[in-house]
Design a protein around this ligand. Structure first.
Ligand SMILES: NC(=O)c1ccc[n+]([C@@H]2O[C@H](COP(=O)([O-])OP(=O)(O)OC[C@H]3O[C@@H](n4cnc5c(N)ncnc54)[C@H](O)[C@@H]3O)[C@@H](O)[C@H]2O)c1
Length: 321
C-alpha cells in the first residue's frame, strides 16, 4: 500500500486532501500541531480542529507535532517511509504574517527546509509537494496570470511563500529530490477556520448582520471550492514525471465580491452591505490560468461559485465552521 505523510493534514484544505488520498487507497499519516492563528477580531474564535477529521478518524494515523521540532519530525517521517509528502503546515494568512514576521518565516520557510533536509537523506523515492500561494504574484500584471507570469509579492507572506518555492527547487536541483509546487488561491468551503471573506460574508448574512466589503465590490478573486483545491493537490502530488513543475490550482475564473454577494443574497434574505477601504497588503488579483494543471495532471474543477456557495451556506447553517 502506498503511503502519504501530510503536514497540516488537520487544516481546512489538508483535511480534505486526506480524503482524496484515502479514496485512492493510500495509507495516510497526518502530522499537525493543531495550531490556529487567530486574528485580533471579535468574530475570531478557536475551533476544534480535530472535528474536520471526524469522519475518517479511524482510518488515519494522526501525529500531533510541530514541523519546527526537527528530530521529532525526522523520526515521524522515517517511521512512515512515505511515498509522498504533502507539505501544507504553515501560518496561512497574509494579515497575520505582517504582524508576526518571524513566526511566518519559521512556519513557512524553516519548516520546509526541515522536511527537505530529511528527504535529502532518504534511500527511497519520495515525491514532495510544497504548497505555495497565488500571493507570490503580487499585483497581477494582467487579468489572468499563468505560472510564468511576473512574481512580485506585495508583502511578507507572499515573499516567504515564494522563497519556499525557490528553496524547494534548489534542493531538487542539488539533491535530485522530486519536488512539485502548487499555488492555490481564495479557497472557500466547509471547515475554513481562518475567517476568510466568504466565511465572514455568509456567517454575517445568516445572523442578519451587515457584510463588510473591502473596496467597492469590484475586487475580483478566483474563488476555489475546497474540494477542487484538494483534487488538484492530490493530482499534482501523485503524478509521475512532473518533478520541478509548478501549478496554479484554482477555479480558473475570477468573480467579483459583488457577484459573491449577489449569490449569497439569492440564498439568504435581507443581506445588507457596508463598504470600507481595501487593506494595503491586498494585491490586485484576478484569474489564475489553470490550463497547465488541466493538461499535465488532468485537473478539472467541479464547482462554480454559485454551486460552491450554496453548499457552503447549507453547511454553515448547521455547523460553526
Ligand atoms: N486557504 C487558502 O485560501 C490558501 C490559499 C493559498 C495557499 N494556502 C496554503 O495552503 C496551506 C493550508 O492552508 P489552510 O487554509 O488549510 O490553513 P489552515 O490553518 O486551516 O491549516 C494549516 C494547518 O497546519 C497546521 N500547522 C501550522 N503550523 C504548523 C507547524 N509548525 N507544524 C505542524 N502543523 C502546523 C495547523 O494546525 C493547521 O491544521 C497553507 O500552507 C496555506 O498557506 C491556502
Amino acid at each position: 500500500m502506498k503511503k502519504v505523510f501530510i503536514t497540516g493534514g488537520a487544516g481546512f484544505i489538508g483535511s480534505r486532501v486526506v480524503r482524496e488520498f484515502l479514496d485512492a487507497g493510500y495509507e495516510v499519516t497526518v502530522f499537525d500541531s493543531f495550531k490556529q492563528y487567530l486574528l485580533p477580531d471579535l468574530e475570531a474564535r478557536p475551533v476544534n480542529l480535530l472535528n474536520r477529521l471526524r469522519k475518517v478518524i479511524n482510518n488515519v494515523s494522526i501525529i500531533t507535532g510541530d514541523t519546527l521540532n526537527k528530530d521529532f519530525l525526522r523520526r515521524s517521517i522515517l517511521n512512515v517511509k512515505p511515498d509522498v509528502i504533502v507539505h501544507m503546515a504553515a501560518l496561512p494568512l497574509a494579515s497575520i504574517a505582517i504582524e508576526q514576521t518571524e513566526e511566518a518565516y519559521d512556519s513557512i520557510l524553516s519548516s520546509t527546509i526541515n522536511i527537505l533536509e530529511i528527504i535529502r537523506d532518504f534511500d527511497h523515492n519520495c515525491k514532495f509537494l510544497y504548497t505555495s500561494s497565488s500571493m507570490v504574484y503580487g499585483d497581477f500584471d494582467s487579468n489572468t496570470v499563468s505560472e510564468d507570469s511576473n512574481k512580485d509579492p506585495k508583502e511578507i507572506y507572499g515573499s516567504i511563500k515564494l522563497a519556499g518555492e525557490i528553496i524547494s527547487m534548489g534542493y531538487m536541483k542539488r539533491y535530485g529530490i522530486d519536488v512539485r509546487v502548487v499555488r492555490p488561491t481564495a479557497v472557500y468551503g466547509p471547515y475554513d477556520g481562518n475567517q476568510r471573506v466568504l466565511y465572514k460574508f455568509i456567517t454575517r448574512a445568516l445572523k442578519g448582520e451587515k457584510l463588510l466589503v473591502d473596496g467597492d465590490g469590484s475586487m475580483a478573486l478566483d474563488f476555489t471550492f475546497v474540494d477542487d483545491t484538494a483534487q488538484g493537490i492530490y493530482r499534482v502530488s501523485t503524478k509521475e514525471g512532473i518533478s520541478g513543475e509548478i501549478f496554479n490550482i484554482a477555479r480558473g475564473n475570477s468573480e467579483t465580491l459583488s457577484s459573491a454577494i449577489d449569490i449569497i443574497s439569492n440564498n439568504i434574505d435581507g443581506v445588507k452591505v457596508e463598504y470600507r477601504e481595501v487593506p494595503s497588503y491586498m494585491p490586485k488579483r484576478g484569474t489564475l490560468d489553470i490550463s497547465k494543471a488541466k493538461k499535465l495532471v488532468g485537473f478539472m474543477p467541479n464547482y462554480d461559485l454559485d454551486k460552491g456557495v450554496k453548499v457552503y451556506i447549507d453547511h454553515l447553517k448547521n455547523n460553526p465552521i
